[in-house]
Write a protein of this length. Sequence first.
Lengths: 503, 249
Amino acid sequence: MTIGSIPLRFKVEIDPDQCMLCGRCIENCSYGVFRKEGDAIFVNSRNCVACHRCSAFCPRDAISIYEKPTDYRSHPVWTREIREAVFNQAKTGKIILAGMGNALPYPIIFDRLVLDACQVTNPSIDPLREPMELRTYLGKKPSSLSLKESADGTVELITKLSPNLQIETPIMVGHMSYGAISLNAQTAIAKAVSRIGTFMGTGEGGLHESLYPYQSNMIVQVASGRFGVDINYLERGAAIEIKIGQGAKPGIGGHLPGEKVCADVSCTRMIPEGSDAISPAPHHDIYSIEDLKQLVRSLKEATEWKKPVFVKIAAVHNTAAIAAGIARSSADAVVIDGFRGGTGAAPRVFRDHVGIPVEAAVASVDAKLRQQGIRNQVSIIASGGIRESADVAKIICLGADAVYIGTSALVAMGCRVCGTCYRGQCAWGIATQKPELTKRLDPDVESVHVENLIHGWTLELAELMGAAGINSIESLRGNRDRLRGYMLDEGLLNVLDVKTVGA
Amino acid sequence: MSMKTVRIDAKDLHYTPLNMKIRAAVADGVKEIVIDHVLGQRFIADGLRGDDVTITVNGVPGGDLAMFMSGPTIIVHGNADHAPGNTMDKGKVIIHGSAGDAVAHSMRGGKVYVRDNIGYRGGIHMKRYREKHPILVVGGSARAFLGESMAGGMIIVLGLKGVHPVSEQGVGSGIHGGEIFVRGTIDDLCLGGGARQAPVTEEQKSVIRPIIEDFAKSFGIDAAPLLASDYTRIAATSARPFANKYTWE
């Protein structure tokens, strides 16, 4: 017996009454779904990944895409995904690689948290009428200030302040490397963040020279492969981030296959063209929390203590204790990447099963740092699964200083979350290095989309704060009283330190 | 151009002020810097530039000596702690003694010469890029996981003074580029996954010859017996050890 082919995932249909045979679907589909034979366009539905590039560019709405046109016998345990994973591994004996974030239907804590608003007893604030302070400073804050007053009455600050990043909205764009995404996609994000006055991460791919004009809005990443890392790169960044782990695949390294290491990616990563870029699972100069301190300090020492250094970890069981160690390592911020974080490619088993939600991780980190009296030593940046402004408001209430967005910035540029980034065929020109595809993404146009998205969220955040009678983001941070849990169990309410609705 | 020399006394000096003094001297055009009484200061010459600068370290430097360094030459009269040459880009580190773990970790360019022995994970994840070709030479022996995850560059272990170059496991574990040369051979059981050893060819020996001569000269060792010896080359069985590990969802 043979396993045979699995049922179609998507069925593509062209309405012949609407189609005018313009061929835009053929031009746009990078997966080979459409072909023209004579006076008709034929489809091969099996190639479809539902990236919607064809239907988005069809001038007549002639294309329909249906998911799962053939059902398996339904079964609550033996889901379609489980069965197809078994087929796949029975055929190949390999690790299944998947794209985007966690695809299992775990309950989303954000959606079980509700925000507060003022009614009668305390007045809400109209952001149109009154200033709302969303500016955020990332980095160490002094626990006290010592001042010296001289005879002429001038006051001098004696306390030496650590460098902070100033962001005009608590929304940044997280680390998506050149290699994982195209240079045009990175450029669009770079233009957007510099206009907004926020920051983006380079990912572990180095900094392409065409992005140097935006370097003052770049956080440069140092990961275990040390790709693209030299003193010039470190000096260019506004801040440096050590990547210990990633929410989409905690505990493992990364492999950028040689096929994606084109001439330009090779220069930026500083590796030979066509060679596999293998990032080891651990940093081999960090085997302990003391070693982490040494890496943090080595980066500060290399850049003469002028730049904040962040440490990014995946949200895992012991995140709070780990973050407490990081807070004592001289790091200026800890990035907590939840298990819904996106990725270009991750083993499916990691993407779906390893790590914890960012909501619980951030709440526990914030609580632990406060308990130990070291919350001022580090800022907390939440990432992984931030989908809309409400998520930003809620995670700040749970203790975050700011967020990184990733997938939502890509969606703003056209990404349809088809989850096949790892194939390098992205029809939207985002997760690919093929010139014929990357040229589809106009950095100027898409930078406006990313900017619009962050601007819209920022306006909504200001409205939410105003409704809660809060005019400064400082007063929202860690303000769990403005949150209530809806249908959350007692254990989780305790971890989040949030009361239930009605209480 | 006159050669300017500066002496720095590192006694009781923290690494940050020490590095500030080094940077200030380099900025001032000093080409020769001598640091005395070094006792465990980490990060010496971290991120330092200056192709024609030589720094002599008298004492025992702490971890991450010459990390991210791009250009200078450092001569250590003493042992070094872990990871000298970490993520180094260009330059030379000559250690008249032994060094700790992860020597030349992730080094992309330049040379690290260690007269005596090194600890675990020497040359781990070294890589090359264009004209940059990192080289680690060890006079004595290396401990386990030498050249792990190596992506490029060259490691040579000479086994001088009667020690065996490597007698522990994991040599070249996960290696996918670059090469490791040892004087003599190593036990096959010491090879890591994905690594294999073979006797050097004449062509390969001609490549390592000038490096061994330079190493010998740096420490005043007679190169002749080293050049007369037989060497083994350890390299990857596949340039793409991960290529067949995955299937698409």
